[in-house]
Design a protein around this ligand. Structure first.
Ligand code: G3P
Ligand code: CA
Length: 252
């Protein structure tokens, strides 16, 4: 059995809100996280990376340009600069003034709520930067409520050494020849591939489950594809439409 069980009925994959409820609110903002929590998502996924002064910031891209009214690469700007930015107006005037959250902002919002935080660390990050991310999870009492995932295996190796109690997930844009071996080597409890990669290798979910490793593919918004993934027996579905998936799960 996978270590991370679906929160819903056994045959229903968990609903994972991608960058919050990012189809109704600007991705990776507190508004998107709050919407995901209210819609009944089982997990809330966000992206974290560090600013020039080492503050863990919630942002998907390497630069601020697409999703804020600021500019520049995150590793080269300070948290003071980021604090004054608007991360909502690009999405809709209804969200004007939504700030770029820090990790601490999101942890405060998630604390005491049922869903799991699926925290994607966008590498590369220095050891000190990763230590601070882990320390903030500890300080807020969220180590147990978090599954930390990354495409960057160095991030996963470092975090494992920093905090062995923290559960880890490996993100993959294509499948490994032997996903179980790779997952075991890294000590991850979840193997989260691009869903298109999974579709061509239906045996993989079974193999990973036999090794007690969960599978939560990304990013799927189409009900026809939700059906394929449910038939494959995946443990969670990462989607921009968590409200719609909650409703679809209830009807199917
Ligand atoms: O959670 C998986 C997914 O978020 C990975 O891709 O680019 O949306 O961070 P990306
Ligand atoms: Ca992500």
């Amino acid at each position: 059995e996978p270590v991370i069980r679906p929160v819903g009925p056994a045959s229903t994959p968990a609903v994972v809100a991608h960058r919050g409820y990012s189809s109704v609110a600007p991705e990776n903002t507190l508004a998107a996280v709050e919407s995901a929590l209210r819609t009944g998502a089982d997990y809330v996924e966000i992206d974290v990376a560090s600013s020039a002064d080492g503050v863990p910031i919630i942002l998907h891209d390497n630069t601020l340009d697409r999703t804020t009214d600021g500019t520049g690469a995150l590793p080269s700007v300070t948290s003071d600069y980021i604090e004054g930015l608007d991360a909502g107006s690009w999405f809709s005037t209804a969200f004007a003034g939504q700030p770029v959250p820090t990790l601490l902002d999101v942890l405060a919002l998630m604390k005491g709520r049922a869903p799991v935080l699926l925290l994607e660390v966008k590498g590369p990050e220095t050891r000190a930067e990763l230590e601070l991310i882990v320390q903030q999870l500890r300080d807020e009492g969220l180590v147990e409520q978090t599954l930390l995932q990354s495409f960057d295996v160095n991030v996963l190796r470092d975090v494992r050494a920093i905090e062995p109690e923290l559960r880890l997930g490996l993100l993959r844009s294509s499948l490994d020849a032997d996903p179980v071996a790779v997952a075991r080597d890294l000590g991850v409890v979840a193997y989260n591939p691009a869903w298109t990669a999974l579709q061509s290798r239906t045996d993989v979910v079974e193999d990973l489950h036999a090794a007690e490793i969960a599978v939560m593919p990304y990013t799927i918004d189409d009900p026809a594809q939700w059906q394929i993934l449910r038939d494959l027996g995946v443990d969670g579905v990462i989607t921009n439409k968590p409200g719609e998936l909650v409703g679809w799960n209830a009807r199917h």
